[in-house]
Design a protein around this ligand. Structure first.
Ligand code: P6P
Length: 356
């Protein structure tokens, strides 16, 4: 234990000398924030508070009666886990209390939730989120995550339910912020406001997110790929050829890419962002449009990966250029290092084959 005071008093709070807290970072970067820096700072704070509460529930799962299914089915026709509903409730509660969010779209809610209608909010931000992605992993103590996407709505929007989707469903390129919380061996809050990507690790002993991964960039050549190859019989011949090509032994280095699939998008994406590589959820028989949702899974991760120097495609189009038509619409997803995403697009679009 280091001592920094002449009196020999042990210095156990050295982390505050070494690290910047999320709040300090937000204050330092306010000039980069969209619209009102103060309002946006408060919105980020609200999301980080919800993340800490969700983290506490996850870390005490088993001790608290929060494991297993809640007995309800969501709009996706998925059996909800108790932690799905807890995470959804905490995010709605934090955003409603914070007052900066005027509209919410959640994986767990069939319709959007407007907060202007009863003056709960003077805010102008719409927040779309998957409150607990990969929740099937909670009962086996595997990592899960929260994903969020933030848009700025027109100042003159009054919260009218009739035109809410016309106003809210904007292409991902219009996002003003996006991020995720990875509840893993440590809990990380990773986000972008369009000025790069920064990662913060929760120090539960002081309840602060500390800047541990500044200016994250994705390597061009990664060592892993993520796809559920149990569905390979559903994959198009072009996709199967791409996977064969990607798994070849590199003639120059003799290396081969490794398969990693946690079954939790946030965790598989986080590994891909830090180490490079590719995550794929393509069209399958069960999910002909792909499984991942555009508004609160694909778009936020696409914003992050592009800000980190990577790429996100449907296989045919930049994810963030897709014009949404439904709150819960799904798209195929190829996301990660640029060379691998571009190679996938070449195979899928018939511009490259195994004979090339
Ligand atoms: P499959 C979790 O339900 C999720 O949405 C992602 O987190 C995960 O990557 C994917 O589905 C896993 O789906 O079909 O491989 O089990």
């Amino acid at each position: 234990m280091s001592t920094s005071l002449s009196s020999g008093i042990p210095d156990v709070s050295g982390e505050l000398e070494q690290f910047m807290t999320l709040e300090q970072f937000i204050i330092d970067r306010q000039n980069q924030f969209p619209h009102s820096a103060a309002a946006f700072s408060r919105l980020l704070r609200d999301l980080s508070v919800a993340a800490k509460i969700i983290n506490r529930n996850i870390c005490q799962a088993g001790i608290l009666d929060v494991l297993g299914e809640s007995g309800t089915v969501n709009v996706q026709d998925e059996h909800q886990k108790k932690l799905d509903e807890i995470a959804d409730r905490e995010l709605v509660r934090a955003l409603r209390k914070g007052g900066e969010c005027c509209l919410i779209g959640s994986e767990e809610q069939a319709e959007t939730i407007s907060m202007n209608s009863n003056q709960e909010s003077h805010g102008q931000y719409a927040v779309f989120f998957d409150p607990l992605d990969g929740s099937s992993n909670t009962d086996i103590n595997a990592s899960v995550g929260t994903i969020f996407s933030v848009y700025l709505l027109p100042e003159d929007w009054t919260g009218n339910e009739d035109d809410v989707l016309d106003v809210a469903l904007q292409p991902g390129a219009e996002q003003v912020a996006a991020g995720y919380v990875a509840y893993g061996s440590s809990t990380m809050f990773v986000f972008t406001t369009g000025h790069g990507v920064n990662g913060f690790t929760l120090d539960p002993s002081i309840g602060e997110f500390l800047l541990t991964r500044p200016d994250l960039t994705i390597p061009d050549h990664g060592s892993t790929y993520s796809v559920n190859e149990a569905d390979i019989e559903d994959f198009s011949p072009e996709l199967r050829d791409f996977l064969t090509w990607m798994k070849r032994t590199d003639p120059e280095t003799g290396d081969r890419i490794r398969a990693r699939y946690i079954g939790s998008f946030v965790s598989d994406f986080h590994r891909t962002l830090l180490g490079g590589g590719l995550y794929v959820y393509p069209a399958t028989d069960n999910y002909p449009e792909g499984k991942l949702r555009l508004m609160y899974e694909c778009n936020p991760m696409a914003f992050l990966v592009e800000q980190a120097g990577g790429s996100a495609s449907t296989g045919y189009k930049r994810v963030m250029d897709v014009q949404p038509t439904d709150l819960h619409q799904r798209v195929p997803l190829y996301i990660g290092s640029v060379p691998l995403v571009e190679a996938a697009e070449r195979f899928l679009q018939g511009e490259q084959t195994l004979d090339d």
